[in-house]
Structure formats: structure tokens, C-alpha cells
Design a protein around this ligand. Structure first.
Ligand code: FAD
Ligand code: NAP
Ligand code: SF4
Length: 674
């Protein structure tokens, strides 16, 4: 029997069958609106179908212009658009047993769109446009547009639709008092507020007939003020079931909620209890979601009857073959989503194309292609951090003879340091994945081997890839050699003792990580689900409206001050969708944040800075330097001089603003071309 037999068991929906219990959750990729994007999406989805996903759900498609997130966003309102969608459905259906549903997404007041409409003219705190309040006729039009959109999806060859009723979008805005101030039949009582959701599902079912999947995404935990109570959520679920939905998917948190719901610092399967509780109330299949990224976790959820299906969205970007690898007992070869959002959600919110930090092939299936090599080369890769690992395994997979060297006793480079940070434990999975790839692609790994140029020159390599990373920067400052001064490696890697009062010099990604490491106690919320819920004020029992309670944050283990020279807000350069989480976490722990500082000196009294023309002393036990990095490329000159073909990748190429996304992408592209 398979290790993951529950996850791999088909799900009978009566008129059709999902091949596995894995649903690929809806993700906007940005390809919907790009030239040639439909062809690229076709290959992207087809690979996930080949990879064994039970039901694929497309990115959100608007039922009309006022419903799209941004002007020019994808809508499905006519036959010309149907033809585009057919490119996708045809490609997916070439894979036997594959099912694909289209998500109908009406964003309501979440539209970056002057045409935005909603239940009431209540502006969202995270969007600039106040929505127009719909009149009764306007509401009728919206319902009809949903139904027409579903019919067109059916015509386009989809196996069903997902009606997006959660995350604070249009339908959700009618359900909750916070955004619905109406006094007519669409507002006031709960029955009136859920009328829109019911009418959309009921009329869609009437229009599409019995043999078409309707998934309704229901907000089970709003995490906003005046959100639904548990009794209301259950009542809505029962009504949606009566209206003809095939399945109900779980929605957790509105986009404006101040609780992290999918970031890497959220514990795995953090919100599954909510779906599990709902399961006792309904008879149609339920799908659970949020931060489920391994076959072990997903299988356990189905085995324990907490949900009938498991929605994984980003994990399908990270590895299209998640399900087939699990089915073949090769779960350890899955490239795991680490929840970083860096190449997916962060790109959506900056109007870019989605890909994946750990898998740059995602959404680039027709562009970035590994061709088997014609001329086998002998390649040396120096440095087994993310860049070196990606380059070595890609080149070897294509057929090159690759030797990978690292001075350290383990692979992973800086990811071994990153994984020490509370809330970044998932980074371990990338090291685990590459470890497995090294053996399966036949890379010769030489650890504990600090390479010198002469070794490489004498060994006769055709190509040398230098992935030697970075050197932490030590600013020129009086007293920087004082014993109280440490750098981030001293703290995170060498675990040197750190006092109770600390100044962190430099507030980039690493400065924030070091501060987080220093303020946390023994347990961390990313591992301890109960602590996470307590610290972020979440009541999974949803006793009150929206499931919010007063947060209870554990006192900080140290007094930390985070300092930068720039005038910008401290943390402004962090990830678009995760920066607020880091800033809030540190504020909860009373970390002081100082910008516009000029460093003067360090002595026994502490760190001396000039701030707004005044000299200030931060009286601390330690100053931790997190002042960026410089490239480490000492081998380059001698190799070039000896006439070797040398390539710099990752930090060795460019240390400024380097992240693993850039390192892995650059390395993979080079190794795919070499
Ligand atoms: P490195 O990871 O630095 O690897 C270089 C390797 O080369 C090392 O293993 C070293 O031992 C080896 N080496 C060097 N010289 C030699 C030699 N002569 N012979 C043999 N081996 C040699 N990035 C993100 O994208 N997101 C994050 O959230 C994130 N968080 C981070 C948190 C922390 C605390 C840290 C420290 C970094 C974080 N990063 C993050 C940055 C990310 O880890 C780096 O961008 C990435 O590791 C760079 O990869 P690289 O392969 O270029 O270099
Ligand atoms: P960074 O983001 O470039 O930040 C370096 C910090 O040091 C800045 O705050 C800078 O601020 C300060 N600094 C630069 N030169 C200095 C000098 N000479 N003296 C004093 N201060 C100086 O680099 P990092 O924090 O080392 O992180 C490295 C990379 O890892 C980042 O670029 C990031 O992409 C990645 N990373 C990402 C995450 C994430 O969450 N996505 C987390 C960790 C790391 P001032 O110039 O204003 O003082
Ligand atoms: Fe997951 Fe990060 Fe890839 Fe997004 S970019 S899919 S969060 S690993």
C-alpha cells in the first residue's frame, strides 16, 4: 500500500471522478493577460495534469469588467474569449482523467478599478477606490453575469467552476455586516446578506445542469471585525449545499486581515481544524487549504477525515509532479514550497508574472527547457549554496559530468543559516530536495573541500561555475573591532552568546531575521500552532464574530533596537506580501526601529549614533552587524588567466540585493544553456 494512499484515492463526485484528493488551488499567474499567455498557461496546467492533480482550478477570471482586480484583467464574457480558454482546456484534457475548473472571481471593492462595485460604498483599507453601491438592478446584473460566465466556461470545455465567495471579495462583502450596510432585501439580516451567494449558486446550477462541478469557496474564518460567527458560517454552508454546489472549498481570512494566513511563518495546516469542524455539518465533499505543502501532511488530513480534498496552490508551482512523485513513493523528491511568496504572490502584487523561487520553470514551461546535451562537458561547480545546487543538478540532469565542491561539511550555503530563523524552518526543505537531486542526477559531491584555483586548472574542466557566495560586510567605523560587536554569522551560525540589550546595525532582510531570532523564546509560533493563534489573536472555534480575539504575545527574550541609515520606513524593502508580517511581529515584541541614523562609533557604552542632529548612545551589550554583503570571487582572476571558461552565479556574481530567487533562476538558466 502507498504511503499516501488516502491522498491518492479517487474522489467520486457522482457524475465524474477526481483522480486524487489533491486540488490545485486557484492562482492568478499574470499570464492570463499576457501576449501568448494562453499557450503558456496551457503547458503550465498540462504539466500539473500530467503530475496527477485531481482537480485543477484556474486563476480567477472576472464575470464582467467591474469585477476584475485591475483594469484590463481577464474576463470571460464572449465567444472570442471562450476560444482562448479552449487552448487551456484542450491541453489539460489530453491527459486522461484530468479535470479543470475555472474560478469566477469578482473582486468587488478589492478592484484597483474606478468601476468597482460592492454591497455598500465602504472603501477597503488596502485599496484606493471607494466602490459604488449597487442598486437592486445592478445586483441582478452581477448575478446574471456570474451565470453567463459559468455557461461560457462550460462552453470552453471546463469541467466546472469555482465561485469565489471568500477572502473578502464581492460575495463575501455582501455576507458581512462590516461591508454590507444595506437595508433592502440584500442587507440587514443574515438571511438577506447571504441571498447573493445563494442566488448565484442556485441560478448557476439551474443554468449549467447537473453534470458540471460547482465548487463554492466559503469564508469559514473571516479574521476581520464584524465577520461571520461560526453559526452563520455553518448555516451558509448548509444553504449553499441546498443550492446545488458540488463541493465547498475553505476560505481563510480576508485580504485586509491583519493575521498571516499563508506566509512561511504560518504553521503547516494551521487552519485545518476549521474545515474539520465544518465536515460534521455538511454532506457534500469539503476541501481544506492554507500552508499544506507535503504529502505527509495532506495525506494525514484526508486519513483523519478532516477534509475530503486538500487544496495546494503554491506547492503545485514548486513541483508540478507532486502527486505522481508521491504515488511512486518518491515523496522525498518533491520540490517543496517554502511559503516565501517571493516569486509568486509578491509578483502578482507588483503586476509581474508568477514563477517560483525554488522552481524557475514554473509558468515558463515553454521558455525555460532542459534539452539533453549534445556535447557532454566536464563541469566544476564551486559552492553548494542555492546557486551552485541549482546549476549542478540542472547541468547533470541534462547529461553533463558535474563535480560540485563546497568547503563546508554540508550542502545549502546560506540556507543553512536562514533555516535557523524562527518562521524560516521550511528553508530546510530546499536543501533536502537538492540533496536528493544530487544523487538522482549523478552529481559528484565533494564536501569539506575548499577549492583553490590550481586544483581546478589542473583537473581539466571545460567549464567552471563559481557559486562561492558572499562575504558579510564589515563597515568602517571606530570601534567595529570591539568585543561587543558580532556579525549575523556569529549569532545564527556560531551561536555566540548575546546579551539582553542589543542593537542590530542594518535593517535589511537579515537584520530583521536576526532581530526575530533574538526576541523569540524557546518555542516559536511557526512551529507551535497554539502559540501562533494566541500571538495573532485567532480563535479557531470562531466563538465571536470573524474569529478574532485579543492577541497575547509572549514577552520578548531581549530588548532589541533595529537601526538603518536610510530615511525610508524601516522594513520598507522587505517582501510585498510578507514585510508587514515581519514589521508587526517585531512591533509586538517591542523592537525599537530607528531610521535616518548616522553611525559614529562603538565603545563600552554602546552604539553611538547621530539622529536628527543629536548624538544618542544606544546602551547595549552587543552590536550585531547586518550591513549587507560583498561578492566572494577570489578564484576568478587566476582561472580566467589560465584560460578557463568561468561563470559567476548567485552572490559571487552580484551580492547587492541578492536573494535566493535571483540566485536559483540565474544558475538554472545558465545550466540549461551551457
Ligand atoms: P551561498 O548560499 O552563500 O553559498 C556559497 C557556498 O560556497 C557556501 O556553501 C560556501 O561554503 C561555498 N564556498 C565559498 N568559497 C568556496 C571555495 N573556495 N571552495 C568551496 N566552497 C566554497 N534569500 C531569500 O531569497 N529569501 C530569504 O528569506 C532569505 N533569508 C535569508 C536569511 C538569512 C539569515 C541569510 C543569511 C540569508 C537569507 N537569504 C534569503 C539569502 C540567500 O540565502 C542567499 O541569497 C543565497 O544563499 C545565495 O546563494 P549562493 O549560492 O549565491 O551563495
Ligand atoms: P540588504 O537587504 O541589502 O540590507 C543591508 C542593510 O545594511 C541595509 O539595511 C543597509 O541599510 C545596511 N548597510 C549597507 N551598507 C552599510 C554600511 N556600509 N554600513 C552600515 N550599514 C550598511 O542585505 P541583507 O539584510 O544582508 O540581506 C541579504 C539579502 O538576503 C537581501 O538582499 C535579501 O534579498 C535576502 N534576504 C531576504 C529575506 C526575505 O525575507 N525575503 C530575508 C533575509 C535576507 P542602510 O544603508 O540604510 O543603513
Ligand atoms: Fe512557494 Fe516561494 Fe515558490 Fe511561491 S515562490 S510557490 S511561496 S516556494
Amino acid at each position: 500500500m502507498s504511503l499516501y494512499s488516502h491522498l491518492l484515492e479517487p474522489l467520486d463526485l457522482g457524475f465524474t471522478k477526481a483522480r486524487s484528493r489533491v486540488l490545485m488551488g486557484s492562482m492568478h499567474t499574470g499570464l492570463e493577460e499576457r501576449k501568448g499567455g494562453w499557450e503558456r498557461q496551457a503547458e503550465y496546467f498540462k504539466q500539473r495534469a500530467i503530475g496527477g492533480v485531481g482537480i485543477i482550478v484556474s486563476g480567477g477570471i472576472g464575470p464582467n469588467e467591474e469585477g476584475v482586480g485591475v483594469q484590463g484583467g481577464a474576463i470571460l464574457v464572449n465567444d472570442e474569449q471562450v476560444a482562448k480558454h479552449q487552448i487551456v482546456t484542450k491541453a489539460v484534457h489530453e491527459v486522461e482523467g484530468a479535470l479543470i475548473c475555472m474560478q469566477i472571481l469578482h473582486t468587488g471593492r478589492y478592484a484597483y478599478n474606478s468601476k468597482a462595485v460592492s454591497a455598500s460604498a465602504v472603501k477597503s483599507p488596502i485599496h484606493p477606490f471607494p466602490p459604488k453601491e449597487l442598486d437592486a438592478q445592478g445586483i441582478e446584473k452581477q448575478i446574471q453575469d456570474f451565470v453567463t460566465c459559468a455557461l461560457l466556461a462550460q462552453k470552453a470545455g471546463y469541467d466546472g467552476v469555482e465561485i469565489m465567495g471568500s477572502e473578502g471579495y464581492f460575495i463575501n462583502q455582501f455576507i458581512v455586516k462590516h461591508t454590507n450596510k444595506r437595508t433592502d432585501e440584500w442587507g440587514g439580516s443574515y438571511e438577506n446578506r447571504i441571498r447573493l451567494a445563494k442566488e448565484i449558486v442556485r441560478r448557476t446550477r439551474e443554468a449549467v445542469g447537473e453534470k458540471f462541478i460547482i465548487i463554492y469557496r466559503l469564508s469559514m474564518l473571516d479574521l476581520v471585525e464584524d465577520g461571520s460567527t461560526w453559526d452563520e458560517v455553518v448555516y451558509l454552508g448548509k444553504e449553499i449545499e441546498k443550492c446545488g454546489a458540488t463541493m465547498i472549498n475553505t476560505g481563510i481570512g480576508w485580504h485586509e486581515a491583519r493575521v498571516p494566513t499563508i506566509a512561511t511563518s504560518v504553521p503547516r495546516a494551521a487552519f485545518v481544524d476549521v474545515t474539520a469542524r465544518m465536515k460534521k455539518e455538511l454532506s457534500i465533499p469539503l476541501i481544506t487549504t492554507n500552508r499544506i505543502n507535503t504529502p505527509e501532511v495532506a495525506n494525514a488530513i484526508v486519513a483523519e477525515g478532516q477534509a475530503d480534498m486538500v487544496s495546494m496552490a503554491r506547492p503545485m508551482l514548486a513541483d508540478p509532479y507532486f502527486v505522481t512523485k508521491a504515488a511512486a513513493g518518491r515523496g522525498d523528491e518533491i520540490n517543496t514550497c517554502i511559503g516565501c511568496n517571493q516569486a509568486c504572490l509578491d509578483h502578482v502584487f507588483s503586476g509581474g508574472e508568477v514563477s517560483c523561487l525554488v522552481n524557475p520553470y514554473a509558468c515558463n514551461e515553454t521558455i525555460l527547457i532542459d534539452q539533453p546535451v549534445v556535447l557532454k562537458k566536464k563541469i566544476a561547480v564551486v559552492g553548494a549554496g542555492p546557486a551552485g545546487l541549482a546549476a549542478a543538478t540542472t547541468a547533470a540532469r541534462r547529461g553533463h559530468e558535474v563535480t560540485l565542491f563546497d568547503a563546508a561539511s554540508e550542502i545549502g550555503g546560506q540556507f543553512n543559516i536562514a533555516k535557523q530563523v524562527p518562521g524560516k524552518e521550511e528553508f530546510f526543505e530546499t536543501i533536502r530536495y537538492f540533496g536528493k537531486m544530487i544523487s538522482s542526477t549523478g552529481v559528484e559531491l565533494k564536501l569539506n573541500t575548499r577549492v583553490a584555483a590550481k586544483d581546478l586548472i589542473s583537473a581539466g574542466f571545460d567549464e567552471v561555475l563559481l557559486a562561492t557566495g558572499i562575504i558579510p560586510r564589515l563597515p568602517e567605523l571606530e570601534g567595529v573591532d570591539h568585543p561587543m560587536v558580532l556579525n549575523y554569522l556569529d549569532v545564527l551560525k556560531h551561536k555566540k552568546p548575546v546579551g539582553k540589550r542589543v542593537a542590530v546595525m542594518g535593517a535589511g532582510g537579515i537584520g530583521f531575521d536576526v532581530a526575530e531570532y533574538l526576541v523569540h523564546g524557546k518555542t516559536t509560533p511557526s512551529i507551535d500552532k497554539a502559540q501562533f493563534m494566541k500571538e495573532w489573536g485567532v480563535d479557531l472555534k470562531v466563538a465571536g464574530a470573524g474569529g478574532l480575539i485579543q492577541p497575547e504575545v509572549e514577552p520578548a527574550a531581549r530588548e532589541v533596537t533595529l537601526v538603518q541609515r536610510k530615511k525610508t520606513k524601516v522594513g520598507a524593502g522587505l517582501g510585498k506580501t510578507t514585510g508587514w508580517i515581519h514589521r508587526t511581529t517585531l512591533k509586538h515584541k517591542n523592537v525599537q526601529m530607528i531610521n535616518k541614523a548616522q553611525y559614529l562609533k562603538i565603545d563600552d557604552a554602546g552604539l553611538h549614533i547621530e539622529l536628527d542632529g543629536e548624538v544618542k548612545v544606544l546602551e547595549v551589550d552587543n552590536v550585531i552587524v547586518c550591513a549587507g554583503q560583498d561578492p566572494q570571487r577570489e578564484l576568478q582572476a587566476a582561472l580566467v588567466e589560465a584560460g578557463l571558461s568561468v561563470h559567476l552565479i548567485g552572490g559571487a556574481d552580484k551580492a547587492a540585493e541578492l536573494d535566493a530567487k535571483r540566485a536559483i533562476k540565474q544558475a538554472t538558466e545558465l545550466a540549461a544553456a551551457i
